[in-house]
Design a protein around this ligand. Structure first.
Ligand code: FMN
Length: 171
């Protein structure tokens, strides 16, 4: 698949088969995460790969009952490392930290799709609860939960804005 095809065909999937993900694919997903760009190459991010059913159920509770998180064989909790603020001050802490982890997340979604896996970016959850469930250290802030698994649905693409609306051309 060419990269633009992967980008356009990737969908948010909220129904998963229980089938587990082969180890070689997990390795590729990790590569996708760590090879994303980051401010000053500080890679201020950390990823928790949660396979444990009980813990995934707790994440569902923290995410306002989004039950598909526990249906997927894997939930990746993506965190920013706020220590980036030590190098880049408030711009690092408030902005780069989120951008660093978001670049990794998008890579993950795209490589997963190319491998025939499905994902959805879950941002609606109670941060404090996720922090407590995973016993995260003070420097880590959870920003997204990504359930990963084989798809049990194939949603149609939601509309995108027209190109003219999205882009301002300055010549
Ligand atoms: C920052 C962010 C937070 C999101 N949070 C949720 C969420 O909590 N639950 C959910 O089901 N989808 C969530 N989504 C997925 C969006 O609903 C989805 O990407 C959008 O509707 C476009 O659909 P598509 O991903 O299939 O192109 C989130 C996406 C982003 C980028």
């Amino acid at each position: 698949m060419n990269i633009l095809q992967v980008i356009k065909e990737r969908r948010s999937v909220r129904r998963f088969q229980g089938t587990s993900i082969p180890k070689e694919m997990i390795e590729q997903l990790i590569d996708a995460l760590i090879w994303a760009p980051s401010a000053g190459n500080l890679q201020s991010r950390k990823f928790y790969f949660v396979y444990n059913k009980e813990m995934k159920e707790k994440l569902v509770q923290a995410a306002w009952g989004q039950s598909f998180i526990a249906e997927a064989p894997l939930a990746v909790v993506c965190c920013t490392d706020l220590r980036i603020g030590t190098y880049y001050g408030s711009r690092g802490k408030d902005l780069y930290s989120i951008q660093d982890v978001s670049a990794s997340i998008e890579n993950l979604l795209l490589v997963a799709h190319e491998l025939g896996l499905a994902t959805v970016w879950v941002g609606a959850f109670e941060e404090e609860k996720v922090t407590e469930i995973l016993k995260l250290p003070n420097n880590l802030r959870p920003v997204a939960i990504i359930p990963v698994g084989y798809p049990a649905e194939h949603p149609t693409a939601p509309r995108r804005v027209a190109k003219e609306k999205a882009v301002v051309v300055i010549e």
